[in-house]
Structures are given as structure tokens and as C-alpha cells.
Design a protein around this ligand. Structure first.
Ligand SMILES: *Cc1c(COP(=O)(O)O)cnc(C)c1O
Length: 337
């Protein structure tokens, strides 16, 4: 089987093995290696009825030195534990999670794309209630799976800006709700809004806080940041997902001599940003060309010429440099396979 690395999209491609682990009778079992992409599931499993499920997303990068690096997997393990807390699922121990990630990449090492392609191996851990329940109660049995699939570079024609849109008729999550957890239901709840934004020609929708509709939450499944007066500003909110990419960019911004502020960002403040971006594992940074306020019929333009801003560009290249091993890993973020 030949994969055309440079023409890969962000889709599912079968790889050789997946790793699984089951929690029952109050304890996690051993990690198991599976070849099948299918599983046999009880029809009353809580994941199917009550959405008791969470997922993670991280990547393995092949460097110029041919070594394979995995970025901040411990943070993904900890975030998955938070999601377990939020949905009353069994917590996957951090060490076991890390061991499963390493095993999944090792066993599928031939699917880690070559350095030059810009493609990566996407790692998808998923945890769900697999035990039967009919009343609304947490399951007593859980299944954890990690599969991997090679994905193409996010920016096919190089690092580029795209437009986003604010539409107040959609919320992603409530202030005291589940937005801070990476749980399945949040993404089902975002599909209509995302589809609508795509149909209108936008990259994704910009969510405002659901209670007051005054502050910026996040954009699609990515965090938001803006740059002005040598400051990196990112929203503080109880309803956004704490992005590991954003957390990393805040550290790098500080090291570059920028001030970093994590605070409420009112919609009108968009007018004062010199640069703006969406950040997450998939794209690292997706620089924002403009944000159209659909309801108020106005636009916030960050990049009249369509080019990413200088600071966004610098942050982007610094972070991917660390991920690929071209830059030194001074924070212990990278695990070399
Ligand atoms: C996963 C995700 C992000 C990005 O998180 P990273 O850890 O940087 O990949 C941001 N927002 C939402 C809603 C997400 O699901």
C-alpha cells in the first residue's frame, strides 16, 4: 500500500493496529493490541444513549533526524481525566495513557509521514461508557481506545489566513456546562453552526459567551488569541476548552518578549487587534483574515492583504519547530519515541 503523503487530507485512513483497554469490576485491565477497526458493543452502552464519552487529539511528528516526537501527551492524559470527572467516567491513569500512545505510534510507525511532506500522524484516544444502563446513571464498564491515522498538512498552499463569522443564534456551551471538557456532546452540538458557517464561505463560527453574548469564547474547535501593543491576549472563560496549543503559545509569546493576558475579551475589542488567530493541534495557528459580525453587519479585518501577521508567523514557526525537533525543546514538551 502506497500513501501519497503530500496529498493527504484530514480524514481517516486505516492503519495496522489500535490499542484498547477495558475498565471493569473497578479496575483497568491490560493494554491490548487489536487489528480490527470494529468493536462489539452492548446496545445499552451509556455512550450511545447518554453521551458518556470523551476524546483527545495529539500528533506524532517525524523530524529531519528521522526521530519521531510526540507533543505534550501528558497534558492530553490529564485533560482526559478532567473529561472523566465531568462525565463520571473511570479515569485512565496518566502512565497507562502515555504507554498506550507510545505503543500505538510504535506499532504503526510506518504510517508516520516523512518530514518533508508536512504531514503528521494524528493520534486519537477515545474513552466511553461501554457497560449497559437504562436509567440515567454512569456505566460500570468503560472502554479506552487509541487509534492513529496519517493526516496531511493543514495549510495546503502554505500558512494562510481565512475568514470567520459571529452568529449569535448558536451557542457551543453554557457557562456552568460542559464546554471545558472534551466530550462528545459538545461536538454534536456544534455541527449545525459549523455547517452553516462553511456554507457561507467561512472557516468556522466564532462563539460568544452564552450568557451575555458580550465576550469571545472560542472559534469552532479552536481557542482564540489576538495580538495588540506587543501583547498576546486570549479569552478567560468557564465554557471554553483549555487548548494545549494555546497554553504552549502563551509560554512562547512570553519568551519572545510579549506580554500575555488571559482575560475576558469583549467583542468590540476585536476592532483593536493587530493580528488574530485560532489555535489547536490540527493547525497550530490558523490566522484570521477577518471576522464578520453577521448580526451587526460589520467586519473586523486583521489582514487586508490575506497574509498572516508577523507575530503569528513567528509563534507558528517556533512551535512547529519544537514539534519537529528543529528547535530545542527547553520545556520538556516532547517525547522522543
Ligand atoms: C481540542 C479543542 C481545542 C484545541 O485544543 P488543543 O489541545 O490545542 O488541540 C480547542 N477548542 C475545542 C473546543 C477543542 O475541542
Amino acid at each position: 500500500m502506497e500513501i501519497d503523503w503530500s496529498n493527504l487530507g484530514f480524514g481517516y485512513i486505516k492503519t495496522d493496529y489500535n490499542i484498547r483497554c477495558t475498565y471493569k469490576d473497578g479496575a483497568w485491565g491490560d493494554l491490548e493490541i487489536h487489528e480490527s477497526e470494529y468493536l462489539s458493543l452492548h446496545m445499552a452502552a451509556t455512550v450511545l444513549h447518554y453521551g458518556q464519552t470523551s476524546f483527545e487529539g495529539l500528533k506524532a511528528y517525524r523530524g529531519q533526524d528521522d526521530k519521531i516526537r510526540i507533543f505534550r501527551m501528558r497534558d492530553n492524559a490529564l485533560r482526559m481525566q478532567d473529561s472523566s470527572y465531568g462525565t463520571m467516567m473511570a479515569k485512565m491513569p496518566v502512565e497507562k495513557f502515555e504507554e498506550a500512545v507510545l505503543k500505538a505510534v510504535q506499532l504503526n510507525v510506518k504510517f508516520v509521514p516523512p518530514y518533508e511532506s508536512g504531514a503528521t500522524l494524528y493520534i486519537r484516544p477515545v474513552l466511553f461508557g461501554s457497560g449497559p444502563q437504562v436509567g440515567v446513571k454512569p456505566a460500570t464498564e468503560y472502554t479506552f481506545i487509541i487509534f492513529v491515522t496519517p493526516v496531511g498538512p493543514y495549510f495546503k498552499g502554505g500558512f494562510q489566513t481565512t475568514p470567520f463569522v459571529i452568529m449569535r443564534e448558536y451557542d457551543r456551551s453554557a457557562p456552568l456546562g460542559m464546554g471545558k471538557y472534551k466530550v462528545g456532546g459538545n461536538y454534536a452540538a456544534s455541527l449545525v453552526a459549523g455547517q452553516r458557517a462553511h456554507e457561507l464561505g467561512y472557516s468556522n463560527i466564532f462563539y460568544l459567551d452564552a450568557k451575555e453574548k458580550k465576550y469571545i469564547d472560542e472559534c469552532g474547535a479552536a481557542n482564540f488569541f489576538g495580538i495588540k501593543n506587543n501583547t498576546y491576549i486570549t479569552p478567560k472563560s468557564s465554557s471554553i476548552l483549555p487548548s494545549i496549543t494555546n497554553k504552549s503559545l502563551m509560554v512562547l509569546a512570553q519568551e519572545m518578549g510579549l506580554n500575555v493576558e488571559q482575560r475576558q475579551v469583549a467583542v468590540e475589542e476585536l476592532a483593536s487587534f493587530e493580528e488574530a488567530g485560532a489555535c489547536g493541534t490540527a493547525a497550530v495557528i490558523s490566522p484570521i483574515q477577518r471576522i464578520d459580525d453577521f448580526d451587526e453587519k460589520k467586519s473586523y479585518i486583521f489582514s487586508p492583504d490575506g497574509k498572516p501577521g508577523l507575530i503569528s508567523d513567528k509563534l507558528y514557526h517556533k512551535l512547529i519547530g519544537i514539534q519537529y525537533g528543529d528547535e530545542p525543546d527547553t520545556h520538556g514538551w516532547v517525547t522522543v519515541l
